[in-house]
Write a new protein. Structure first.
Length: 254
């Protein structure tokens, strides 16, 4: 199967390994004294966060528990939406209906509940949401009819919420990040193996998320960027992002 690196992108450089520019030691975001809540924090991609973003809990699709945890941990500086669910990698007519329902409940409804509750909290004054999305949201792959649609659906939900808030006036930043082709436990359980993709460094998305949590990434509010895209080249696109409301968002191109 072809590499995701072959897909069109707005930057020239596509990283498959982490690099110094996004090392937590060089990041604007410093985790000391801050609270970072990572949903699904002991499974899937969030097993490899950067040191400044150690996982706190595994909430998965238990929506009441997610809200309870959010309220109990106190003021949260960064919310990372990493909990995800997927049906097995089979044809659409063979998907277990219960797995299909769980996929949408976890990937859309539970994530919306978390963001809504988080933004509504009185403190802290600045809030950041990093949505761990998926390439399946905008790349059609066989066997992922529900997973891809659910990930795309929440991208639109978060984009609409982002239109109601801004980092400057509300102190709210909402961003999405596909982690790349990482061979997680969930990927294995849904049918993928070592030979299916040129799998990438599992540490790269964690380090990129730390960079996103810093103020340099304010201009990416409401947008989607891949963890593999070079951050210096992304910063060079700031003016375009400010001038083009639809840039780095799901939509039609004519």
């Amino acid at each position: 199967m072809p590499s995701i690196a072959d897909l069109p992108r707005p930057v020239k450089t596509y990283h498959t390994q982490t690099y110094d520019r996004i090392s937590p030691s060089n990041a604007q975001f410093k985790g000391e004294g801050k609270t970072v809540l990572i949903t699904g924090g002991v499974t899937g991609q969030s097993t490899k966060p950067a040191p400044a973003m150690e996982p706190t809990t595994n909430t998965q699709s238990d929506r009441p528990r997610m809200i309870e945890v959010l309220s109990s941990v106190g003021p949260i500086d960064v919310l990372v939406l990493s909990a995800a669910a997927s049906h097995k990698h089979v044809k659409s007519t063979s998907i277990d209906p219960a797995e299909f329902d769980e996929t949408f409940t976890t990937n859309i409804l539970a994530c919306y509940d978390m963001v809504r509750a988080y933004i509504s909290q009185p403190s802290p004054s600045n809030k950041t949401v990093i949505n761990v999305s998926s390439g399946a949201a905008h790349v059609t792959l066989p066997g992922q009819v529900g997973y891809g649609a659910s990930k795309a659906g929440f991208l639109h939900v978060l984009s609409a919420m982002a239109a109601e808030y801004s980092p400057e006036t509300d102190g709210v930043r909402l961003m999405s990040m596909p982690p790349g082709t990482i061979l997680t436990d969930m990927a294995r359980k849904t049918g993928y193996g070592e030979a299916d993709f040129p799998w990438e460094d599992e540490k790269l998305p964690g380090d990129f998320a730390v960079w996103l949590a810093g103020n340099e990434a304010d201009f990416l509010h409401g947008r989607l960027v891949w963890a593999q895209w070079d951050v210096e080249e992304l910063l060079g696109l700031r003016k375009r992002a400010e001038e083009e409301p639809g840039f780095l968002k799901l939509g039609l191109i004519f």
